[in-house]
Design a binder for this molecule. Sequence first.
Ligand SMILES: Nc1ncnc2c1ncn2[C@@H]1O[C@H](COP(=O)(O)OP(=O)(O)OP(=O)(O)O)[C@@H](O)[C@H]1O
Length: 265
Amino acid sequence: MSTESVIAVESLVTHYGSRQILKNVSLEVRAGEILVIMGGSGSGKSTLLNHLLGLLRPTSGNVHILGQDINTIPDIELTLLRQKIGVAFQGGALFSSLSVLENILLPLREHTRLDRMTMEIMARLKMEVVNLAGFDALMPAELSGGMIKRAALARAIVMDPRILFCDEPSAGLDPVVAAQIDDLILDLRDAMAMSVVVVTHELDSAFKIADRICVLDQGEILAIGSVPEIRAHPNERIQNLLNRRVKPVDLDPEEYLRRLTGGRL
Ligand SMILES: Nc1ncnc2c1ncn2[C@@H]1O[C@H](COP(=O)(O)OP(=O)(O)OP(=O)(O)O)[C@@H](O)[C@H]1O
């Protein structure tokens, strides 16, 4: 694995209204690695992912993707940068009125001027890779959960991205199908020499695919390290997360009263 970094996040702070959600988050993603961002519900995973995609602006701090500051680059360069990034959204985000093939063709139609036959060949190559060959004409409603995830992955990699983002790739799948998706992500990284950022709360999946795991809790990074390092980490909050022990969040009494009264006190 290279030490070149494809993503660099520095001192990221973000708020929703007056509430601080990410607290001084810094991390890097190295070329060719699979970095798993892991954390419980509400820990800030989706918020962090949205920052990495340039969909949210931070209160302070910055995010560099492939060497460019995603919050300050001109729109035209942002469009070019986005072509080097593939995103497999949670739930697939397939267009229900388009067939599997048409869904996978979308990025090529949007970003290239290739002729139809070339685009179809490129899309079908990726359908082979994700084991969906021959399912061109099926509509999203006709797909199983695992097939939806595979179609979303095929669409995310159709432009041969440098970085692939996967949001909860195995959530909602039975264990066997979830394990197949994990294997597919490992195969894709090896075959396409991409960096992969996976957001998940599935421990088994994280331990199986991660080169490094970033543990997020209440908007802060508790640790970043290899699977053995995270498993053996002495931090109690990390061990609680790994052992699925739910510890009540320390609540400020004033904040608690404000919540109970709907902000009227
Ligand atoms: N649009 C929003 N407006 C206000 N607060 C928000 C918004 N989106 C998220 N939050 C809050 O920010 C915190 C982090 O949410 P986020 O969705 O990033 O967590 P998550 O780790 O992805 O959770 P999950 O695994 O349940 O999806 C939560 O407390 C959530 O309530």
